[in-house]
Design a protein around this ligand. Structure first.
Ligand code: SF4
Length: 472
């Protein structure tokens, strides 16, 4: 029946179980290119990712990190700005017309909101049949039989054919969404937060259904989610996204047991019961300062440098500073960047002209961060100067001054993904485990060692006078 579709097939090679089905290279999806101040929103920025036939790859990261845009770009709902998406030797980003529609039969998508993604004016039968109509697959009678088959496959029954989506529970609506995604017999399904809107008990049933369907149909999944426990359960491999890029990827147990990127370590610290390296056994949660940078204006150097709890300290600073002073400097920089970003907005520009942003918030933050320390005069002078500039509404200049005085190699170099350099850092037998962090190189302490030391030190410092220890 499925050979009767009217779409032209650009793929000469067939899908081989275990072999790469999808090879993404340097993928970029930018929005609003040439928009405000000429800078695009870099929603997806240089993603490399491979998914094998029959494999599940989990994609995790905070809201706005680009994971949904990545999925939408793969399926052809967004146009890439650069890079390649290869499948069976064909760059699918170059497809159009009926060849693109053919690709959209091989790769389908299940959306987060099982209510909002289904058209309430159509019956369930019509909703599930619609992709068959779009791709001109089968005769009307064959399409109808196929829909009944799919209802049974996802745990619904024939009587549901004539009902409307609002007559179903959230879990049942997600089953309808899954039936619709699978009705064209795809090879690969992008699951965009498929269970996050559901109750926990319903989540488990939908996950079981997805696993059963994968076994029966040999499907590959890209499982996009922010719930790390669910991702760990279902995924063979995991990719961690931050600011449009993948900062760490590898076999699921390798990444969860032995995270090498500080962002992954911080994410995992929020999962109850996780005892990975770099996350203390007492369950201390690593709180990241500030918010992710504006994707129109990513930091130079490492994208995570403005929030990194393991940031490499400058080695050429004349004075030894305790850990919590370094942390305070990073936090003050994060605050100044936030304020500089606000200054750049239309509202911020007007407010600055009216003198409304010349407040004492930075002075108060500096007092809180450094007030208990007897800072060396050279450092004290810089902090005073930074506070004065911020009070005058010159936040970008103040942030730049901190960077000039206390910036590190992390502010200069955009790390490429690399495997941990030494055997002690290597994770659970996974050659493909990589992290985009300078700390995977053996000339720096690894992430787990540094986070453990800094968190221990900062807890000690909270209980007693700082001892002036310096590291790196
Ligand atoms: S390179 Fe590594 S240590 Fe440096 S800021 Fe980036 S993630 Fe942190």
């Amino acid at each position: 029946m499925f050979g009767l579709g009217g779409d032209s097939d650009p793929f000469e090679e067939s899908v081989v179980p275990g072999e790469p089905f999808l090879e993404i290279e340097e993928l970029q999806t930018y929005y609003d290119e040439g928009g405000f101040r000429g800078e695009p929103v870099r929603a997806v920025d240089g993603v490399d990712l491979t998914v094998a036939a029959g494999e599940t790859v989990g994609v995790v990261g905070e809201s706005g990190c680009g994971k949904t845009t990545l999925g939408r770009t793969i399926v052809g709902l967004e146009s890439p700005s650069g890079g390649q998406i290869l499948s069976r030797g064909v760059d699918v980003t170059s497809l159009s017309g009926s060849a693109l529609r053919r690709w959209q039969r091989d790769v389908t998508m299940v959306f987060q909101d099982p209510g909002g993604s289904l058209d309430d004016r159509l019956t369930v039968g019509e909703i599930i049949r619609e992709p068959l109509d779009t791709h001109d697959i089968g005769t009307p009678d064959e399409r109808r039989r196929r829909v009944f088959q799919m209802l049974e496959r996802v745990g619904l029954s024939d009587e549901h054919f004539y009902r409307y989506p609002h007559q179903f529970s959230g879990g049942q609506r997600q089953r309808i969404g899954i039936a619709r995604a699978l009705v064209v017999d795809p090879e690969f399904v992008i699951l965009d937060e498929p269970v996050s809107a559901l109750d926990v008990s319903v989540q488990a049933r939908i996950i079981n259904l997805l696993e059963r369907l994968q076994d029966e149909l040999g499907l590959a999944y890209l499982f996009i989610a922010h719930d790390l426990s669910v991702v760990r359960h279902i995924s063979d491999r995991v990719a961690v996204m931050y600011l449009g890029g993948i900062v760490e990827q590898g076999a699921t147990e390798a990444v969860f047991n032995s995270p090498s990127h500080p962002y992954t370590t911080a994410l995992l610290s929020a999962v109850p019961g996780t005892h990975a390296r770099g996350i203390e056994a007492d369950g201390a949660r690593i709180t990241l300062p500030g918010t992710p940078p504006n994707p129109r204006d990513p930091p130079s150097g490492c994208p995570f440098t403005t929030r990194c709890p393991a940031k490499i300290r400058p080695s050429d600073t004349e004075v030894a500073l305790p850990d919590d002073v370094w942390t305070g400097i990073d936090e003050l920089r994060a605050l100044l960047r936030e304020r500089a970003r606000r200054d750049g907005s239309v509202v911020g520009t007007v407010a600055t002209r009216l003198g409304l942003l010349s407040d004492n918030a930075v002075a108060a933050a500096a007092e809180e961060l450094f007030g208990g320390h007897d800072l060396p005069p050279s450092v004290d002078d810089v902090i005073d100067s930074v506070v004065d500039r911020a009070a005058a509404g010159r936040n970008a200049e103040a942030a730049e001054q901190l960077r000039d005085q206390f910036g590190s190699v992390c502010d200069e170099i955009h790390p490429d993904p690399a495997s941990p350099a030494t055997e002690s850092r290597a994770s659970v037998s996974d050659d493909s485990h990589t992290a985009a962090c300078l700390r995977v190189q053996d000339n720096y302490d690894d992430t787990s060692t540094v986070i453990d030391r800094r968190y221990r030190t900062s807890r000690r410092a909270a209980q007693s006078t700082p001892d002036g220890t310096r590291e790196d």
